[in-house]
Design a protein around this ligand. Structure first.
Ligand code: IPE
Ligand code: IPE
Ligand code: MG
Length: 247
């Protein structure tokens, strides 16, 4: 199969990149080595997703709950993310990648968020694949922030409670304007969402892969998409919309 623009690739693929620690442990290495190798998998995946014609790729980089990890590991992850942006931004920009950050942007010390926002700003007019980086992201936190904004509008009298519709809620989330993920992948065999895109996942196809994230390659992605393409999505109806007659 050609890896250049598959027929009807999913428009939006979201990935819970899990298993860096176990990858390292299996080799008798420190967890940090797993994270390092994980960044290489990120590089390969972003390029592969663009080549395959995917329009939006969301990567779960750091959750709002990951702050509970040992300080040294948190620092290590921050350092790697910063190094990734510093090293890869120019090339991503050249490749027409549009970066978008989702997650809570407030109350973060250090230079990580300014760097991420600069990447977002630099690439905002690019027209290639949109890479959403979920950083300091938790779906419940995202929903609470959205609810507060909507509640504030109602309290201010600029909106009525009846104006709160699913579309309005979607537009109030960090992913505003981005179509819901068609496919959510999680590596490392864990079968849970861990507070990722809970609202947006309403009709996503979920796929749990045994591979640990550092072992994820272009081929793993292609194989997952091929499996996705064999799934029948019904959205509550009785037949796949693409097969429905007269609708
Ligand atoms: C995923 O790998 C990376 C992040 C959560 C940032 P883990 O660090 O969770 O690896 P495991 O799950 O311990 O193997
Ligand atoms: C989810 O992985 C978060 C990221 C991939 C960034 P975790 O490893 O943090 O999830 P749990 O703790 O196993 O649920
Ligand atoms: Mg994990």
């Amino acid at each position: 199969m050609s890896d250049r623009h598959m027929i009807c690739p999913p428009k939006h693929v979201a990935i819970i990149m899990d298993g860096n620690g176990r990858w390292a442990k299996a080799r008798g290495l420190p967890r940090s080595m797993g994270h390092r190798k994980g960044v290489e998998a990120v590089r390969e995946t972003v390029r592969a997703a663009g080549d395959l014609g995917i329009s939006y790729l969301t990567l779960y980089a750091f959750s709002s709950e990951n702050w509970s990890r040992p300080e040294a590991e948190v620092n290590d992850l921050m350092g790697l993310l910063k190094a990734f942006i510093r090293r890869d931004l120019a090339e991503l920009h050249r490749e027409n990648v549009r970066i978008r950050i989702i997650g809570d942007r407030t109350n973060l010390r250090g230079d990580i968020m300014p760097l991420l926002l600069e990447a977002e700003e630099t690439t905002r007019n690019n027209t290639g694949i949109t890479l959403l980086i979920a950083f300091n992201y938790g779906a419940r936190d995202e929903m609470v922030r959205a609810m507060r904004r909507l509640a504030a509008e109602v309290a201010a009298g600029t909106m009525s409670p009846d104006d709160i519709t699913p579309a309005r809620v979607s537009a109030s989330l960090d992913t505003s304007g981005i179509p819901d993920p068609d496919l959510i992948l999680r590596t490392s065999g864990e079968e849970r969402l861990s507070n990722f895109l809970l609202w947006q996942a309403a009709y996503s196809e979920l796929m749990f892969l045994p591979e640990l994230w550092p072992d994820f390659t272009r081929e793993t992605l292609i194989h997952a998409i091929e499996r996705f393409q064999r799934r029948e999505r019904r959205f509550g109806g009785v037949t796949a919309p693409s097969l429905a007659v007269g609708s």
